[in-house]
Design a protein around this ligand. Structure first.
Ligand SMILES: Nc1nc2c(c(=O)[nH]1)N[C@@H](CNc1ccc(C(=O)N[C@@H](CCC(=O)N[C@@H](CCC(=O)N[C@@H](CCC(=O)O)C(=O)O)C(=O)O)C(=O)O)cc1)CN2
Ligand code: MET
Ligand SMILES: [Zn+2]
Length: 760
């Protein structure tokens, strides 16, 4: 029986990739040095898979920045503005596509969420007629490298249907035309692969989405053509993150030699798939969860494998991870500080490879022993301390609708807040974080390593906060923030102060390009033993007479950006988090903070991919936000923030959050997002981002004025706030100071214009 994973994490055990990419971007290394790091990492990942005992070794899953960007480069699909004509895309151009170019004033390609994960991909631009120019050398080199190790490579390629579906908006004709061209390109790839490898994994993650009949029809035609190529490897179609559900029929009609099932998210697919499976088709059983850090229940998994083998025969079964392991940290053995009972229940990428390999073993005493050990480990984890907190469970039972509802409706609150705050029209503010400089990170590392005392660390951060506030005063911003310099990450920082969480030392996961996160682990009931932010906020307030907006992360985002226990419904864990945030909000209000921002950056991302599941999620997610935020008096202004959010379909739910002010990412889309707000007559205040913080490029005054004027077409001036798209932690001061100067200047200019031309 074949065993394989859908992809391995790319960053390296010690984030070698991040360091190498940053060195290259700073001009401190050359393409050869960068390539050497990439080659070493790939070798390591193959060795990890070989060592685990997997029978197919995955290639083509590595990327220096993003795998969608790599696919575009493999196909030669470089947008015109990057001025690349023919030949392999050099690294400098590759990174320019991802990050833009400040010196040459070339905007970056867009980046957005990869399905419902915290990974971000580069959005393909296929608006210009494609000039396909295949560069298969890296793909073939990897295949040959694995062969040279004496193993069977299984290359992965993002499929044409998904590539076009994920691209920036195309007309139906453009879509068809691009698909036709891509199909030819993929046929050429199959031809080039010939009989070099037995399988090619063709990823078509769009199968996790609700597709209309026309899209399915086109997809089927494309896939059939690839499958009828008559040359090249067998195609193993891989979808993941949701059941295929009503896309199943299309898939079955496309003649794939193999079909992968995500049996973590799509267990319901299994029986109907078995019932309808063509006689020759191989099934890949995705039994090991690529999205979480808990061990697989091997007893349960073997039952599935044994059943399927009994039905279709061993020859036609593979075992696999549910999706790519990109979303998991790399190696549990690096974690020496975690509670041993909890560790007994965990598996990171390397351990998951071993689980998959084991699942391909035929029944034997050895296998029985491994399963027994697995069951013992799972029991040990279940019994680990602190899992149940009776007080929290009691409090949650007592929550009523009143706890989820503000005292007065928004118009009345708005008057009460205006009286206390005295802000100008179009108030200017930021989203919370200011640059996390090397200096700040180095100090935190020294503190965590015991090389700097708590007092020294505190004094250092207070100086950072004081300086950040002074800079904001100099910039003339209306509502100030403390800058978040004390936070390693907006989720990890709160997790560290809550019961029920534990932390890895090195459990990094790629979020985009060189940026990684270290998601905390929620293993037990969540409770907040002490205030988490009040001390820093008080200090910030002592530095200025201007209003300070206190800064929290909301319950849904804490949930989505953590690894979560699986013995309670997510909804319940989320409500526990909401209670903890609610207590913090109450403490901040009592301490006299009239503005509190509760970030829900992940609210949209956490939405299930299938429409049938969405309303259930949105209902509990919105309730969790309300539970966290609604306990305050009318005068207290609740802000929230969301990034990368396609809101059009969920605007009613956004309104139900009933935040007094919402700031959202908008600038790259030229305020198009605001159509939804205008069409729905969104009642509360809105701060559409007017400055793209994801690029080092500094916007000019006219550009921001234009965006503000566009926003005023949709949102009445009385409801409009002025702010960047997101936090500034990834920028440096040289980038964000001039950008914020322009932003404040633009707000002043538009205010003047409004007072000279009052709207009737
Ligand atoms: N969880 C989460 N998800 C998110 C976001 C977010 O902010 N958090 N933002 C959106 C975009 N995604 C992002 C993800 C990560 C980063 C980011 O800046 N990550 C940092 C790491 C942040 C961190 O946790 N830093 C720690 C540890 C830093 C570190 O690496 N320290 C070095 C030393 C640092 C030095 O001397 O330079 C070391 O230990 O070796 C800290 O500050 O304490 C990075 O990759 O560089 C930004 C945006 C969406 N998803
Ligand atoms: C990813 S959303 C970021 C919100 C947070 N308050 C910040 O400014 O960094
Ligand atoms: Zn954001």
């Amino acid at each position: 029986m074949f065993s394989h994973i859908l992809g391995f994490p790319r960053i390296g055990r010690n984030r070698e990739l991040k360091q190498a990419v940053e060195r290259f971007q700073r001009g401190k290394s050359d393409p050869a040095a960068l390539r050497q790091v990439a080659d070493d990492l790939k070798q390591q990942h193959w060795q990890d898979q070989i060592h685990a005992g997997l029978s197919l070794i995955t290639t083509g899953d590595f990327a220096l920045y993003d795998h969608v960007l790599d696919t575009l480069c493999l196909l030669g699909l470089v947008p015109k503005r990057f001025d690349h004509h023919k030949g392999p895309v050099p690294p400098a151009t590759y990174f320019r596509m991802a990050r833009g170019d400040r010196a040459r004033n070339i905007p970056a390609m867009e980046m957005t969420k990869w399905f419902d994960t915290n990974y971000h991909y580069i959005v393909p631009e296929l608006g210009e007629p494609p000039r396909l120019d295949l560069h298969l050398e890296p793909m073939l080199a990897d295949i040959n490298a694995v062969k040279a190790l004496g193993h069977t490579p299984k290359p992965v390629l993002l499929g044409p249907v998904s590539l076009v579906h994920l691209a920036k908006k195309l007309s139906p004709q453009q879509r068809q035309n691009r698909l036709d061209a891509l199909t030819e390109a993929y046929l050429a790839i199959l031809k080039a692969l010939g009989d070099l490898v037995p399988w090619l994994q063709l990823d078509e993650p769009v199968l996790a989405l609700d597709l209309d009949e026309a899209t399915r029809e086109t997809a089927r035609a494309v896939w059939r053509r690839l499958n009828q190529a008559g040359t090249g490897p067998n195609l193993l179609l891989a979808g993941y993150f949701a059941p295929y559900a009503d896309n199943r029929k299309t898939l079955l009609q496309a003649d794939f030699a193999g079909i992968h099932l995500d049996l973590v998210r799509g267990r319901d697919d299994l029986d109907p798939m078995l019932a309808a499976l063509p006689r020759e088709t191989t099934l890949s059983l995705g039994l090991v969860n690529g999205r979480n850090i808990w061990k697989t229940d091997l007893n349960d998994a073997f039952q599935v494998v044994d059943n399927v083998v009994a039905r279709v025969g061993e020859q036609r079964v593979m075992v696999a991870s549910s999706c790519s392991l990109l979303h998991a940290p790399i190696d549990l053995t690096a974690e020496t500080e975690l509670d041993k009972d909890l560790v007994a229940g965990m598996a990171f990428a390397v351990q998951k490879c071993a689980e998959v390999a084991l699942l391909a073993h035929p029944a034997s005493p050895e296998r029985d022993r491994m399963v027994a050990k697995n069951q013992e480990d799972l029991t040990r984890r279940r019994k680990a301390g602190q899992v149940v907190n009776p007080e929290i469970r009691r409090r949650l039972e007592q929550v009523t609708e009143t706890d989820l509802t503000r005292h007065s409706p928004f118009p009345k609150r708005k008057r009460a807040q205006a009286a206390g705050l005295n802000l100008p029209l179009l108030p200017t503010t930021t989203i919370g974080s200011f640059p996390q400089t090397k200096k700040i990170r180095a100090k935190r590392r020294a503190f965590k390593a015991g090389k700097c005392s708590a007092g020294e660390y505190r004094a250092f951060l207070e100086e950072e906060i004081r300086a950040t506030i002074q800079r904001q005063e100099e910039l003339g911003l209306d509502v100030l923030v403390h800058g978040e310099s004390e936070r390693n990450d907006m989720v990890e920082y709160f997790g560290e102060q809550l019961d029920g969480f534990c932390f890895t030392q090195n459990g990094w996961v790629q979020s985009y390009g060189n940026r990684c996160v270290k998601p905390p682990i929620i293993f037990g009931d969540v409770a907040r033993p002490n205030p988490m932010t009040v001390g820093w906020m008080n200090f910030a307030r002592s530095c200025t007479n201007k209003p300070i907006k206190a800064m929290l992360t909301g319950p849904v985002t804490l949930l989505c950006w953590s690894f979560v226990r699986e013995d309670l419904p997510r909804e319940t864990v989320c409500r526990q988090l909401a209670l903890a945030v609610r207590d913090e909000v109450a403490d901040l209000e009592r301490a006299g903070f009239p503005m509190i921002q509760i970030d829900e950056a992940a609210l949209r991302e956490g939405m299930p991919l299938r429409r049938v599941d969405q309303n259930i999620y949105l209902a509990w997610a919105v309730d969790a936000f309300r539970l966290a935020s609604a306990g305050v008096a009318d005068q207290t202004q609740i802000h929230t923030h969301m990034c990368y959010s396609a809101f059009n379909e969920i605007i009613e739910w956004i309104a139900k959050l009933d935040a007094d002010v919402i700031s959202i990412e908008c600038s790259r889309g030229g305020m198009k997002l605001l159509n939804a707000f205008a069409d729905f007559a969104y009642p509360n205040d809105v701060g559409p981002g007017v400055y793209d913080i994801h690029s080092p490029r500094v916007p000019d005054l006219a550009e921001i004025v234009r965006l503000l004027q566009a926003a005023l077409q949709h949102i009445p001036a009385e409801q409009l706030w002025v702010n960047p798209d997101c936090g500034l932690k990834t920028r440096n001061w040289d980038e964000c100071t001039p950008a914020l100067e322009q932003m404040v200047q633009a707000a002043r200019q538009v205010r003047l214009h409004l007072s000279a031309h009052p709207v009737a």
